[in-house]
Design a protein around this ligand. Structure first.
Ligand code: CA
Length: 433
């Protein structure tokens, strides 16, 4: 056996775990997944590195203390409150941990399976755990890479016949966002106040956002940075990516509409960005690699790559009003529709010489599909509020109301197993008065 065939074995669809909850084919955290996160629990408030499997979390620090997990460095990177130091060990280390965990958790490995005392030291029930922001994020960038989304927005605010600006098809458009307000799933989000320009008034008023919206996105986390002045080649870009999360880029449409000319969104986007707590590695996503859409015109040379660089990830959004028991599905789409790939985004981001760092977060941009029910924002699905959505319970919505809980979920469906992201949840609190 060599390292690569060991890694390949972790993707074997027939591999099952002795943790039975991991073997349900509609459960996010199969033994093929093994996503990384930061947790604490009711017994121990120390934040530390964990891996989700079924209903459980494997405590990697405890596993290492028991001599069951070997890392290439003696440095203590697992009792940290972020994953950054672990990620900085490099891809061989992530892969080695993945291989060791997959073996330990496999149904035919007795080490933990048959040792109750040991299991109680290294496993924590997810129900007893609190999940934290998994990485310290030095920089956050958000792209605008869904052709359907850009076409919808361009049609709404400019000209349906020329919905895409000429630069859109030539590069992954993006802007530098605000890492300080990235929060983990479950953190309440307060409706922002700001300047609103009402159509019948000459000057803006100050007040609570009236057009609060979601943006259904994924994000990727940088696993290996690049030095200032040294661009990442498109062909090498995926080796710089640790993994992916779900990302909700909360957006205040009315604030955005008034402020965005000429430098782009500012306060409309900086009040909160929610991410899911588990980072799913590119290794786990490998079986779900598919071809990206055909790119026409052919991109400039620095944005070209051979092979398949999109991933088949089903994405869903639900909305549950405060008093409602039932959530309504308001969007269902797929990451594979994205026009620009993550590799192209990173190559473009760094082509100027811009450096990236471990833990940097790159948002995909709103992910909209080709149909009306696959829009990644309410702006699109209600056509700027003109066609409200009817909910199963709790009336209708043009935009988000106070008390609404928005949940993103995402998964890759394999034969007999899932590689899922869990959920990315946020409830809206009323604006400060
Ligand atoms: Ca966005």
């Amino acid at each position: 056996m060599n390292a690569l065939s060991d890694l390949q074995a972790t993707l074997d669809p027939s591999r099952k775990s002795w943790i039975e909850s991991a073997n349900d084919s509609t459960q996010d955290f199969s033994i093929q997944n093994l996503p990384f996160g930061i947790f604490s629990d009711t017994r121990d408030a120390t934040r530390r590195v964990g891996v989700a499997i079924g209903d459980e979390i494997v405590d990697l620090a405890a596993l290492q203390a028991e001599g069951l997990l070997k890392l290439p460095s003696k440095a203590d990177v697992l009792t940290r409150d972020t994953l950054n130091e672990f990620i900085a060990l490099g891809r061989d280390a992530w892969r080695s941990v993945r291989v060791q965990l997959s073996t330990l958790l496999a149904r035919d490995t007795a080490t933990l399976r048959d040792d109750t005392a040991l299991r109680s030291k290294v496993l924590v029930r997810q129900a007893d755990a609190q999940l934290h922001l998994p990485v310290q994020i030095p920089g956050y960038t958000d792209f605008y890479s869904s052709k359907e989304h850009a076409t919808n927005v361009g049609s709404m605010f400019r000209d349906p016949k020329n919905a895409l600006l000429p630069n859109w098809s030539e590069m992954p458009i993006g802007y530098n966002g605000r890492p300080s307000s990235v929060v983990v799933s479950g953190t309440p989000v307060r409706r922002p106040n700001g300047q609103l320009k009402l159509p019948d008034q000459e000057r803006p008023v100050f007040g609570a956002c009236r057009k609060l919206d979601i943006e259904l996105e994924t994000g990727f986390v940088i696993g290996a940075g690049n030095a200032l002045g040294e661009p990442v080649a498109c062909a090498d870009a995926e080796a710089h990516i640790f993994g992916m999360v779900l990302l909700n880029d909360w957006s205040a449409r009315d604030i955005q509409q008034w402020e965005y000319v000429p430098l782009g969104p500012f306060n409309a986007k900086t009040f909160a960005t929610t991410i899911s707590p588990w980072i799913v590695t590119l290794d786990a996503l490998e079986p779900f690699r598919v071809a990206q859409p055909v790119q026409e015109p052919q991109p400039l040379a620095y944005l070209r790559h051979d092979g398949e660089h999109a991933f088949d990830i089903t994405l869903e959004v639900t909305l549950r009003p405060q008093q409602a028991k039932q959530a309504s599905t308001i969007s269902r789409t797929n990451f594979k529709h994205m026009y620009w790939t993550m590799a192209q985004q990173l190559a473009h981001h760094t082509v100027s010489g811009c450096n990236t760092r471990v833990g940097d977060l790159m948002g995909s941009g709103t992910i909209s599909g080709p149909t009306e029910d696959s829009c990644g924002s309410l702006l699109e699905s209600t056509w700027n509020g003109s066609k409200p959505l009817t909910l199963q319970e709790g009336g209708s919505r043009s935009f988000i109301e106070d008390g609404d809980e928005l949940t993103l979920s995402g998964w890759c469906q394999g034969v007999g197993y899932r590689v899922g992201f869990g959920t990315c949840v946020g409830e809206i609190l009323p604006a400060l008065s």
